[in-house]
Design a protein around this ligand. Structure first.
Ligand SMILES: [Zn+2]
Ligand SMILES: [Zn+2]
Length: 306
């Protein structure tokens, strides 16, 4: 089971030579979830050797261009490369109209189904769920409706010790119930306790994405204890007034959120282009929450090592 986050873009409003606008790829057991799709995302996917055709779900936080201007290009490329598999798009409702208009103007009929799932701006909802993960939206506070995302791996089953399967000749049909905690009755009628047959299941991973937003106290309980929190830190603390006026966060806001929610690791991003030295933002954030990292383009975070 892999659970890895790759940063494809970490800048705010405008791209720079080494910093693209927001986009991230979450790989959950080789299923690819794209979070935001700023300009140049398809190039960033190529640079990071990620096959874009493997993306089946795209989550767009809000309709400021630095979070979706790469989307039409990416969808068009998937179409030109002959995709037939469905693509699911989760976003605020205006985005469907924007995409439809662009494809109408170029007389493009997509070769694959594009399913649009509107995100409610003021209500938390499960957006996607399967046997291993549940994904819901978080309500953020920004200058326009904005949503965060919470990815929660479901409880993992225990691992059965291979040698015990042979030793007790456990039938395949019973493996599933043992993985879920059942004891086993041997041929001789002896009860073998589950703890003798299994190793402890690893704790499930969780990922919270919060951008663009101010500090939202109401989300602290929802994201409590997540493995990794990505929180925007557009400005350093001396520009707190500017952050408040524009619906953004400072380094201290991001760190405060991480500290209050007792997350394991914090990654900051969405940096204002005014900053050339990101180490200054990192140091300021670490003054409140030590386990903080920068979301530089191309960096990867493996949740198994957190
Ligand atoms: Zn932004
Ligand atoms: Zn924004």
């Amino acid at each position: 089971m892999s659970f890895k986050l790759t940063i494809l873009g970490c800048n705010s409003a405008i791209p720079t030579i080494d910093k693209s606008p927001t986009a991230q790829l979450l790989n959950v057991n080789e299923r690819f979830f794209l979070i935001d799709c700023g300009e140049g995302t398809q190039i960033q996917l190529m640079k990071n050797k990620i096959k874009s055709q493997r993306i089946n779900h795209i989550f767009i936080s809000h309709l400021h261009g630095d979070h979706y201007f790469g989307l039409i290009g990416l969808i068009n490329t998937l179409h030109l490369l002959g995709r037939t598999k469905e693509l699911n798009l989760y976003a605020h409702k205006g985005l469907k109209q924007i995409i439809d208009l662009q494809f109408q103007a170029s007389n493009t009929e997509l070769k694959f189904p594009l399913f649009f799932h509107p995100i409610p701006p003021d209500e938390e909802k499960v957006l996607f769920e399967d046997e291993s993960i549940v994904i819901s939206n978080l309500i953020l506070k920004h200058s326009i409706p904005s949503s965060g995302f919470l990815f929660k791996e479901k409880k993992k089953t225990k691992n059965i010790i291979k040698a015990k399967i042979e030793e007790y000749e456990i039938p395949i049909a019973q493996l599933s119930s043992i993985k879920n905690g059942a004891d086993f009755k041997s041929k001789e009628g002896k009860i073998i306790k589950n703890k003798e047959l299994t190793t402890i299941a690893k704790s499930p991973h969780s990922y919270a994405f919060c951008s663009d937003t101010t500090l939202v106290e109401e989300n602290i309980a929802t994201i409590k204890g997540v493995t990794l929190l990505y929180h925007e830190a557009t400005f350093m603390k001396d520009l707190v007034e500017k952050a408040r006026q524009t619906g953004h966060s400072t380094t201290i806001d991001a760190a405060t959120m991480a500290k209050k929610a007792k997350v394991k690791k914090l990654v900051i991003g969405h940096f204002s282009s005014r900053y050339n030295d990101l180490e200054e933002l990192l140091a300021e954030t670490k003054s409140v929450f030590t386990n903080t990292y920068l979301a530089t383009d191309g960096s990867t975070f493996d949740f198994d090592t957190i």
